[in-house]
Write a protein that binds this ligand. Structure first.
Ligand code: ZN
Ligand code: ZN
Length: 307
């Protein structure tokens, strides 16, 4: 099962020639999930050869322009392309009115059904779930209502040893029960324990997105042990006062959250445009948490693999 995140934007506030505003695409097999949609996101999608039509779910962390200005153009493009598939948007309720106003103002005829899921401030809630994956939102600490998202695989079935199927003449319905952990009563009436029939399943993989937020240890319960954490790192230590004032994090604070949450790998993003060189942010983070990288725009990171 492919499980990855492609980073489309790592800048905060204003776009510049080096970096784009926040956006990224999580891919789980054939499902594509867009998180945040800063200005220029549709161009970044095309640049990275991600087919726009594959995205059926868009999650907006909060209603600051650097996370949402690109959405209106993208929604309009979908209609111009004649999209027919439903599109799910998960965002603060206020965005629904703005989308309606925008479409009305520009006389946009929407060719598809837009299903709006209003996120309630402060809520922790499962937003999407299928047989293999769940997506949960949780609150962050920012100047307006803001949510993070955690993508987590469901517990997987145990692997049945093929030669045991023949040895005990196991039926199709029994195979499913055994994969779910049941023991077997053989045709001779003998109890065969599950651990004799199966091997452990593949480990469950997970990814968490925390942008924008001040240092906020309340997130630890939600992101504990994830394979990959993307956390905002707007400022360097020397600008920590500005981080407190604007409810953003320093790179070192992001690393502290990664360390306490015992995540496996940390990606830093959402950098202030005041820094031309962001290497010092990486150095400050690595003091606290070694497995840290600067998020690279256009790079696809496999969830479950170490850097
Ligand atoms: Zn931002
Ligand atoms: Zn913000």
């Amino acid at each position: 099962m492919d499980f990855s995140v492609t980073i489309l934007g790592t800048s905060s506030a204003v776009p510049n020639s080096q970096r784009n505003p926040s956006s990224q695409v999580v891919r789980y097999n054939s499902n594509y999930f867009l998180i945040d949609c800063g200005e220029g996101t549709q161009i970044q999608l095309r640049r990275n050869k991600i087919n726009l039509s594959k995205i059926n779910h868009i999650f907006i962390s909060h209603l600051h322009g650097d996370h949402v200005y690109g959405l209106f153009g993208l929604l309009s493009t979908y209609s111009m392309l004649g999209r027919e598939k439903d599109l799910n948007i998960y965002a603060d309720a206020k965005l629904k009115d703005l989308i309606a106003y925008h479409n009305d103002f520009f006389n946009n005829k929407i060719s598809y059904k837009l299903i709006f899921h209003a996120l309630k401030e402060g809520d922790t809630e499962i937003l999407f779930e299928d047989k293999l994956l769940s997506i949960k939102m949780f609150p962050l600490k920012h100047s307006i209502a803001t949510h993070g998202f955690v993508f987590k695989e469901k517990e997987k079935q145990r692997n049945i040893k093929k030669y045991k199927i023949e040895e005990f003449n196991i039926s199709v319905s029994q195979i499913n029960e055994i994969k779910n952990g049941s023991d077997l009563i053989s045709q001779e009436g003998k109890l065969v324990l599950n651990k004799e029939l199966t091997t452990d399943p593949e480990p469950v993989r997970s990814f968490a997105y925390c942008s924008d937020t001040a240092y906020f240890p309340n997130v630890i319960d939600e992101i504990k042990n994830v394979d990959l954490l993307y956390h905002e790192a707007t400022f360097m230590n020397k600008d920590i006062k500005r981080a407190y004032k604007t409810l953003h994090s320093t790179a070192e604070q992001a690393a502290s959250i990664a360390e306490i949450s015992e995540v496996k790998n940390l990606l830093l993003g959402h950098f202030s445009t005041r820094y031309n060189n962001i290497d010092p942010l990486l150095a400050e983070a690595k003091v606290k948490f070694e497995n840290t990288e600067i998020a690279q725009e256009g790079k696809e990171y496999q969830i479950g693999l170490d850097f």
